[in-house]
Design a protein around this ligand. Structure first.
Ligand code: FAD
Ligand code: EPU
Length: 341
């Protein structure tokens, strides 16, 4: 049967920024077979193609004059297990947070610090999602895909993925060439609890938890995230709008001389220091500012908000103004984390 598209589809409920734009054509796939039926039909329409997950890491700046294929491949399957590890395969269209909670309930360790990140399992390798001292790359065994051009299956092992901070091969060399259909995770059966980041330990201490379980860590992360990050169902946003920049140690030491309280983390590259963009934006006076229908979140300056009725262009303009202030004050260029469409 020839696949059917919906035309001029309103995308407001398909992006967490809640930007009211439309897509020329739109269809949902729930299996690899449905996907391989849809891809040639999409090609016939001769328009740009976008694969959509939960829409929580993108910003539409205008109507999308192309075809959107929304991934809803579901299902979770244990591929193998022994006393120490479990290899679990998860459909790319599963909710990331639901999958994390499922693993926590089974006592499988590795994802608990990544609780409550919005979006789908299939998008998790794309920017190597990270939070509270963990990155998903440390749990991924392989990423299963379908190549858009050939419709052939291709498996990327972890070492093929070129994972970095908010980065992978899927954002660079092979961007737009593959659809991720399944992700295989290698999780530990004996929990190695990591409470070193931010306020996790504080929350556990407040609750008198001295020997935390995976669920305790997950609950602590959920509590901290809820206190800082806006719920997209209430306030349109896509999480951190910018990446945390890495600057040379020398530049950092100069800044430290004038701003002794500047927070920092070890950089990924030697001789580099990572500085929280949220701090730079707050120091630039933007935290909590509202401009028309858009603004900078009052609890976390790295998050730009659509207060209702903002356009993608409004958010872009705000981001440019924020970048300009940070550049003028600190000489640091901020780079967007969100995919601008
Ligand atoms: P989408 O936004 O739908 O897509 C993102 C990109 O991936 C697009 O380019 C899309 O074309 C592509 N894509 C999606 N699925 C596929 C697929 N199956 N195959 C090929 N390409 C695909 N991120 C973090 O890393 N850490 C955080 O702590 C964090 N916190 C957040 C908090 C909030 C409140 C919000 C709104 C976002 C947050 N994010 C965070 C960002 C976001 O949740 C993640 O990047 C998430 O992985 C995006 O998933 P998604 O399914 O919504 O992807
Ligand atoms: N900070 C400020 N002002 C702010 C925000 C932060 O001074 O308005 C300071 C904090 O005081 C702290 C430091 O910046 O010293 C780091 O803050 P936080 O722990 O909130 O993390 P972040 O660096 O702002 C990153 C990720 C988040 C992730 C958190 C927790 C990036 C771009 N962002 O934010 O990921 O949830 O760490 O691990 O790396 C996302 O990618 O969408 C996202 C939300």
């Amino acid at each position: 049967m020839k696949p059917e598209f919906e035309f001029d589809k309103n995308l407001k409920k398909y992006n967490t920024f809640s930007i009211a734009v439309s897509a020329k054509a739109f269809a949902i796939f729930k299996s690899e077979k449905e996907l391989t039926n849809l891809l040639p039909a999409a090609k016939e329409l001769n328009m740009p193609l976008l694969i959509l997950g939960g829409g929580s890491n993108l910003l539409f700046t205008k109507d999308f004059e192309g075809v959107i294929l929304k991934n809803e491949i579901k299902g979770t399957e244990i591929l193998s297990e022994d006393n120490d590890t479990v290899l679990v395969k998860c459909g790319a269209g599963e909710s990331w947070h639901e999958f994390v909670l499922f693993c926590v309930s089974k006592g499988w360790a590795g994802l608990e610090n990544l609780s409550l990140i919005p979006g789908t399992v299939g998008a998790s390798p794309i920017q190597n999602i990270g939070a509270y001292g963990a990155e998903v790359k440390n749990t991924i065994a392989s990423v299963q895909t379908i190549e858009i051009e050939s419709l052939l299956k291709k498996r990327f092992l972890t070492e093929d993925c070129a994972f970095g901070y908010r980065d992978s091969i899927f954002k660079k060399v092979v961007k737009g060439k593959y659809v991720i259909t399944y992700v295989v995770f290698k999780l530990k059966k004996h929990a190695v609890i990591n409470t070193s980041y931010g306020a996790i330990q504080e929350v556990l201490t407040e609750k008198n938890i001295t020997a935390p379980t995976l669920r305790d860590v997950s609950n602590a992360v959920i509590q901290i995230r809820k206190s800082k990050l806006p719920n997209p169902a209430v306030m349109g946003n896509a999480g951190s709008f910018f990446k945390n920049p890495e600057i040379p140690e020398e530049q950092f030491n100069e800044l430290k001389a004038t701003h002794p309280d500047i927070p920092s983390f070890a950089g990924v590259k030697p001789g580099m220091v990572k500085v929280p963009a949220g701090w730079l934006i707050e120091q630039s006076g933007w935290k909590g500012k509202v401009v028309g229908h858009a603004g900078v979140h009052k609890m976390q300056a790295l998050v730009l908000i659509n207060y209702g009725g903002a356009t993608g262009e409004d958010i872009i303009q705000l981001s440019l103004d924020v970048r300009k202030s940070v550049q003028e004050l600190f000489g640091i260029e901020l780079e967007p984390e969100v995919n601008i469409i």
